[in-house]
Write a protein that binds this ligand. Structure first.
Ligand code: ZN
Length: 276
């Protein structure tokens, strides 16, 4: 599946220059849940959030989408409205159009960054947003904070036409999935692939090739997909983090991951290339 680009209909800007009274798209969050109209699956398209009796704690201009201005905002208390309600962003993938969904992923990260960087991480002084930039500066010590992205690698590992999948022991994701983990300071993406594979299942891999990437706003990651070939070792799982790991044939693949993630694209790639 070819994903849409966030920039297909979205033009990022840091300073609004639209006229007063113009309708805007509003990405409104409460505890990472986003406000939509449950009847038509649309986000609010309004001049002002007062029309929904909402006074946001914070609002940030994002630019324009489909030629209309758009904002992200946060409310502390979920509003009571007959049609509008807050929904988990992951559950909205099939409801929102992909362009709105992608921008919602940007919006939630920006609103959380704004909320979590009100004070300087170095000296504790109240920060100020740098004019025209997505950055905050401390007026006391000059420390600058940009939006934080934590890259993670995810790899389709192949051995004799079979793909490696592992089952985690914790969290909500207990199905078989691909080997994945956060990149650590000082290592390359390829080194992160090798380290994670060795740590999680005790295997060595080579022929690591870049596959593609995907913003993953849960909460602020960037998934970088790779394919790799088995090199050496026997599967060993620790039984704590990883419950089990196995090689799967195309015909015996476990439940597919959600279409929302790059994992499903990697498995589609495997099926396309390794079906007999
Ligand atoms: Zn400071």
């Amino acid at each position: 599946m070819q994903r849409e680009s966030i920039y297909k209909q979205y033009q990022p800007e840091n300073k609004p220059n639209h006229e007063k009274g113009v309708k805007a798209y509003w990405f409104v969050f409460n505890s990472n849940k986003m406000l939509i109209n449950a009847e038509d699956g649309q986000i609010p398209f309004l001049e002002n959030l007062k029309e929904l009796n909402i006074t946001p704690e914070r609002k940030i201009y994002l630019g324009t989408i489909r030629g209309h201005p758009c904002y992200c905002a946060e409310v502390e208390k979920p509003i009571v409205h007959e049609k509008m309600d807050f929904y988990d962003l992951r559950s909205l993938y099939s409801v929102l159009g992909e362009d709105i969904y992608l921008l919602a992923g940007r919006a939630v990260q920006i609103i959380n960054w704004d909320k979590n960087h009100q004070f300087c991480g170095k000296c504790g002084t109240s920060t100020e947003t740098i004019d025209g930039e997505m950055a905050k500066i401390c007026p006391e010590c000059g420390f600058i904070s940009h939006t934080r992205i934590s890259p993670a690698v995810i790899t389709a590992i192949i051995k004799n036409g079979k793909i490696l999948m592992a089952k985690h022991n914790y969290g909500s994701y207990r199905r078989y999935g691909l080997i994945a983990g956060f990149v650590e300071a000082g290592e390359t993406l390829e080194e992160a692939v090798k380290r994670e594979t060795a740590e999680e299942v005790g295997l060595n891999v080579n022929n690591i090739k870049y596959f593609g990437s995907q913003p993953w706003p849960f909460p602020n990651s960037l998934m970088v997909g790779f394919t790799a070939e088995y090199k050496s070792g026997e599967i060993i799982v620790d039984g704590k983090e990883i419950a089990d790991a196995k090689w799967f044939d195309v015909s015996e693949l476990p439940d597919m991951p959600s279409k929302i993630s790059i994992a499903s694209e990697l498995i589609d790639w495997y099926i396309e290339n390794y079906s007999k």
